[in-house]
Design a binder for this molecule. Structure first.
Ligand SMILES: O=C(O)CCC(=O)C(=O)O
Length: 243
């Protein structure tokens, strides 16, 4: 049993909360295997050169990813944090290969689409699913605690390590819940193995999703009520008023 109130209190205070064992290591291994199939199919020269690979539209590529986007505990946390009418703005995978340097400190969508000062409050929550054990050496995500409350992005997008940074280590199957404005990065991968995570951003429904979630919804056969909601099927669509 997880204490959702305590998780939310930590997100409010520190900007993030790491919850271990949300799924079993075996389930995380199954998700990693599904992802590695996609990584092999989709790898480009640019991915190879950059030592990093992003896979998008994963909920329509394997049912396991749809299951994780709709995970009851994750959805309960975000509903308690953002409201019952949440939707998912993007659900993708990020892999950092051996030799990957870093991606630079940044905040996530929708914050980077809004000019600072950013409004305080709860609009968006980032979910990082660890599909590998995250260690100090293998490119784990790192965060600046408290940065979600600064109201602006970090200065410059350099990857230089910050003294106030904290590396998010944990075992596969763990989930990091974070305020969307958190300053974070992926650390250099100094090992011989890749490191993968899934990234799911949940939003209040007045924001434009980052990916074309309705398009993804249209590709699914017989989606549940929850999947229809998360993939923006209930979101207001702009319409003209009057004649
Ligand atoms: O892969 C990671 O650890 C973080 C990726 C990330 O920050 C992003 O894609 O915005």
């Amino acid at each position: 049993m997880h204490d959702i109130e305590a998780i939310i209190a930590e997100i409010d205070e520190r900007g993030y909360c790491c919850v271990p064992n949300v799924i079993s290591p075996e389930r995380a291994d199954a998700a990693r295997s599904a992802l590695h199939r996609l990584l092999r199919e989709e790898m480009t020269d640019a991915d190879r050169q950059g030592c990093t690979q992003r896979v998008g539209r994963i909920v329509v590529k394997d049912p396991l990813f749809l299951e994780l986007m709709s995970n009851a505990f994750v959805v309960d946390v975000w509903k308690a944090y953002l409201g019952d009418d949440i939707m998912c703005a993007t659900f993708s995978a990020n892999t950092v290969y051996p030799g990957h340097a870093n991606i630079g400190w940044h905040s996530d969508y929708p914050y980077w689409s809004i000019q600072p000062p950013w409004p305080p409050g709860r609009f968006a929550g980032q979910t990082v699913w660890m599909l590998d054990d995250f260690t100090e050496e293998n490119g784990a995500t790192a965060v600046v605690p408290g940065s979600h409350a600064k109201g602006h992005p970090p200065d410059g997008n350099t990857g230089a390590w910050r003294e106030d940074g904290q590396v998010l280590t944990g075992t596969r199957g763990s989930v990091v819940f974070a305020h969307g404005a958190w300053w974070h990065t992926a650390r250099p991968n100094l090992t011989e193995q890749s490191r993968s995570c899934l990234l799911g951003m949940y939003l209040k429904p007045c924001f434009i999703p980052q990916e074309d979630m309705r398009g993804q919804l249209a590709e699914l056969e017989d989606p549940s009520e929850l999947v229809q909601q998360l993939l923006c099927g209930r979101q207001h669509v702009p319409r003209n008023v009057g004649a």
